[in-house]
Design a protein around this ligand. Structure first.
Ligand code: DX5
Ligand code: ZN
Length: 236
């Protein structure tokens, strides 16, 4: 079990985009530690989501750090725009890097545009061991508990092995999990060593967001009432 404080990073992908400012304030008032911003480019993943102008607008109302998850094929080219828009943590996918050297180039490029917290993500279908050499160069590792692309998918328990592996290498940075996380499985993530939990559907579709965040963090039990409203959550 991790002795670190657990940080909750609700995914704005599940919020009501017609009221994004209010949704940011509401989730912060409910106890969010970070705000998870899912950037999808229609290439690395089929979905297309939030560009820099929206991230800048979110940054204008947010009090909490922006945890920007780039699901894009060209993170290096986009880094400056997202840094300027207000990204605090900027995470790219190992799958789009051209091996270790390519990943190192992206990490340096992120730092060159002023990103102080660089994240490296490993997607659901990708083994984690190849990133071993990079663990000393990043501030955060993001282990996907689904295949990236859409909100509202089911948590894949076998992805927990990757989290355990990263901690077993002695990684001391933030270890984030993302996809299908809610009160029913968050304890598995925490016990495996994750200290940042992303939750979209389980927070924004909860009847009580504050209660859902407490339950995911482990500060409250997870009664049935804290589960999402519908079993068949719509894909965002
Ligand atoms: C999926 C995104 C996730 C997702 C989380 O590609 O990276 O952040 O929106 O949403 P839920 O919690 O609904 O799975
Ligand atoms: Zn994400």
């Amino acid at each position: 079990m991790s002795s670190r404080a657990t940080l909750i990073s609700p995914s704005l992908l599940a919020c009501d985009f017609t009221r994004i400012g209010e949704e940011v304030r509401a989730v912060e008032a409910a106890g969010a530690d970070w705000l998870h911003v899912d950037v999808m480019d229609g290439h690395y993943v089929p979905n297309l989501t939030l560009g820099p102008p929206i991230v800048k607008a979110v940054h204008g109302v947010a009090k909490r750090p922006l945890d920007v998850h780039l699901m894009v094929t060209n993170p290096l080219e986009l880094a400056e725009a997202y840094a300027k828009a207000g990204a605090d943590t900027l995470t790219f996918h190992w799958e789009v890097a051209d091996g270790i050297a390519g990943a190192r180039e992206i990490i340096q490029g992120f730092r060159d545009v002023g990103i102080r917290s660089v994240g490296l993500a490993v997607d659901g279908g990708t083994p984690v061991e190849p990133i071993a050499e990079l663990l000393g160069s990043v501030d955060l590792v993001l282990i996907m508990s689904i295949q990236a692309g859409f909100g509202g998918q089911s948590f894949q328990e076998h992805q927990l092995d990757k989290v355990r592996w990263v901690r077993a290498q002695g990684f001391q940075g933030h270890l984030e999990m993302d996809g299908g996380i809610g009160p029913a499985n968050a304890h598995l993530c925490r016990e495996a060593g994750a200290d940042v939990l992303v939750a979209g559907t389980a927070v924004y579709k909860a009847p009580d967001m504050a209660q859902a965040i407490r339950a995911i963090r482990g500060d409250a039990p997870s009664p049935k009432s804290s589960q999402t409203r519908s079993v068949e959550a719509p894909q965002s």
